[in-house]
Design a protein around this ligand. Structure first.
Ligand SMILES: [Zn+2]
Length: 282
C-alpha cells in the first residue's frame, strides 16, 4: 500500500513539475525573464539603436537577404513544415509526422513560440528526434516588419524592438528547451522586409523563404492540387513549404503521393542544414 501511495505521489509531482516547467517557458513568462537578462537587453539595445532609422526596404517573400533554395545541383529537395500557432493554427498533424518517421524522411520544422506553448510535450519529443531539425518561425507568428506591415490580415511586428523579440526571443526559447540555437528563420506568412532580414543575418540567423509553394495552407485545397503544385515545380535543391499544424488540411494525403513520385524520379530528401542555401534573385 505504502509503495502504491509513493508511486501515485511521484506521478502527481512529476506532472505538476512538468506543468510548472511548461508554464515557465510560456511566451509571456519567457519574455519577462529575457527583460531581466543583461546580455539579451544589451544586444536588443544595440540592434534597436542600429535599425531605428533604417528603411524597411521591400516587403515580400523573396526580398534581398532571404534564401529560397539549397545550393546544390544534386537531386535533393528539402521539405519544410511550419507550425504557426495561435487561435487558428494550433493543431498537430500527428499522422503527417508519423508518416515522415515511417518513411524516414528528414525534414525541417519551423515552429513558433505560440505553438510550443500549446504543444509543450510534443515539441520536446520532436526536438529529440534526429530526423527533424527544429527552426525558428517567430515568437508570436507576426510577419517580421520594422514598421508595422501586415500580410493576409496578420499584423506584423510593430517596430524594430518588436521585430528583434520576434526573431531572437524565439531562438533563445528554442535553445533553452533543446540546447540547439536555431540557424534559420522563416517569418510568419514568409513575408518580411529587407531590414528585418538584415537584422536576422547580423544575429547569425539565415532567413528562409521557399522555392516550391505547396499551397497546403489555403483551406480545403484538395490533395491532388497540392501534389500537382509540388510535382510540376520541383527541381534539384528546391525548398518546399508545407505545414504540420492543421491535421484537417490535406498535407498528409498529398505527401503520400508526392514522396513515392519524387523517389521514382530519383530525388533524395534533406534538412536545410545539409547544404549551404542560396537566393534566386541574382
Ligand atoms: Zn506560419
Amino acid at each position: 500500500m505504502l509503495r502504491f501511495l509513493l508511486f501515485i505521489y511521484l506521478i502527481i509531482s512529476f506532472n505538476a513539475g512538468f506543468a510548472q516547467n511548461s508554464k515557465a517557458f510560456s511566451n509571456k513568462k519567457f519574455l519577462k525573464k529575457l527583460k531581466q537578462d543583461v546580455e539579451y537587453m544589451k544586444l536588443k539595445k544595440r540592434v534597436v539603436h542600429e535599425y531605428i532609422h533604417a528603411k524597411p526596404g521591400h516587403w515580400g517573400e523573396f526580398v534581398k537577404g532571404v534564401d529560397e533554395d539549397l545550393a546544390t545541383q544534386q537531386k535533393y529537395v528539402a521539405f519544410t513544415f511550419d507550425a504557426c500557432g495561435g487561435e487558428k493554427g494550433s493543431g498537430y498533424d500527428k499522422e503527417l509526422i508519423e508518416y515522415l518517421r515511417r518513411e524516414k524522411i528528414p525534414a525541417t520544422l519551423f515552429i513558433t513560440g505560440k505553438w510550443i506553448d500549446s504543444h509543450f510535450e510534443t515539441f520536446l519529443e520532436l526536438s529529440k528526434d534526429s530526423l527533424f531539425e527544429i527552426e525558428n518561425h517567430g515568437l508570436n507568428h507576426k510577419p517580421c516588419s520594422v514598421d508595422g506591415e501586415s500580410e493576409y490580415g496578420i499584423r506584423g511586428t510593430a517596430n524594430v524592438g518588436d521585430a528583434f523579440d520576434e526573431i531572437e526571443a524565439n531562438a533563445k526559447k528554442i535553445e533553452a528547451l533543446t540546447n540547439y540555437k536555431p540557424k534559420f528563420f522563416r517569418s510568419a506568412t514568409a513575408f518580411i522586409d529587407e531590414a528585418c532580414a538584415r537584422m536576422a543575418f547580423e544575429l547569425g540567423i539565415i532567413t528562409v523563404s521557399f522555392q516550391v509553394l505547396s499551397g497546403d495552407a489555403v483551406a480545403n485545397t484538395p490533395d491532388s492540387v497540392i501534389t500537382a503544385n509540388v510535382l510540376t515545380t520541383v527541381k534539384p535543391g528546391a525548398i518546399i513549404i508545407m505545414h504540420f499544424n492543421h491535421p484537417k488540411w490535406n498535407t498528409f494525403e498529398a505527401m503520400q503521393k508526392i514522396v513515392p513520385e519524387l523517389r521514382k524520379r530519383g530525388y533524395l530528401f534533406a534538412r536545410l542544414n545539409k547544404f549551404p542555401l542560396k537566393s534566386n534573385k541574382n
